[in-house]
Design a protein around this ligand. Structure first.
Ligand code: HEM
Length: 222
């Protein structure tokens, strides 16, 4: 335990944890997006998926792990950014004085994007996980009608447009964060950098469109 705490106190340890938790969260968004695609198959398929997920015995442990990943990723990213700012402060001041542009616009806002995603997550859990509990019958059992709640919410323009905006931010965050995680973990050999960047584009586009498809389907057709 002491070894882990002293590892976390070192910048390299913090970077490794941010990289690992980042890749873990990428896996979560991919699985969550695939699950949400079942909305396109109708209420039975989506409610059945949600029911099976809630019936899984290790779910509480997984949810706790997910929570630790989110918190660890966000807190350590903030810490690293603050350290980075402090270390670079004098250099960027010199550069600015010489008229050299500071950081690129998107990179500069990666932390604000992360914080916005965190606010989104709190509101998201509030409206879905802890939202209205409708009931329906599935194979003779009473189960939560999560499909009805999702449809009810995404019929409102505020939800569909708001989520679309957040998904653009998620796209940008994944596009920057995915290759950065590989780099931090020492997995991005110069020979593979362009492949990792292509994979980042592919992954970010798939995840974003995968989330956008069911919500716009609901908004337009249901
Ligand atoms: C845009 C379409 C999305 C839809 C329709 C959607 C739907 C849902 C629903 C219905 C739940 C509750 C599941 C349940 O308790 O049965 C949920 C949980 C959750 N969602 Fe989403 N979600 C979307 C996007 C996202 C995004 C973009 C993220 C993260 C960046 C996210 C993160 C989460 C998390 C962390 C949970 C809690 C998981 C758990 O504890 O089991 N969701 N989502």
């Amino acid at each position: 335990m002491n070894l882990f705490i002293s590892f976390l106190q070192k910048t390299i340890g913090q970077k490794i944890v941010v990289g690992l938790t980042g890749l873990g969260l990428c896996l979560f968004v991919l699985i969550h997006m695939l699950g949400n695609l079942l909305i396109l198959s109708g209420p039975e398929a989506y409610n059945n998926y949600a029911y099976k997920l809630h019936d899984f015995p290790g779910l509480l442990l997984l949810e706790f792990g997910l929570f630790i990943f989110f918190i660890g990723h966000i807190l350590l990213s903030i810490l690293l950014q603050l350290k980075n700012k402090k270390a670079k402060g004098s250099i960027s001041y010199q550069k600015e004085a010489q008229g050299i542009k500071k950081t690129n616009f998107i990179h500069k806002f990666i932390l604000s994007q992360g914080i916005l995603l965190l606010i989104f997550l709190v509101l998201h859990l509030w409206s879905f996980k802890f939202g209205t509990y409708y009931e329906t019958e599935l194979n003779g059992k009473k189960v939560r009608d999560i499909y009805l709640l999702v449809v009810e919410n995404f019929q409102k323009p505020l939800y569909t447009f708001g989520y679309s905006f957040i998904l653009l931010i998620l796209f940008n965050h994944l596009l920057r964060g995915f290759p950065a995680s590989f780099k931090t973990l020492g997995l991005s050999h110069p020979l593979y950098v362009s492949w990792i960047e292509k994979l980042a584009w592919f992954f970010s586009l798939i995840v974003t469109f995968g989330f956008l498809a069911p919500i716009w389907y609901i908004y337009i057709y249901l």
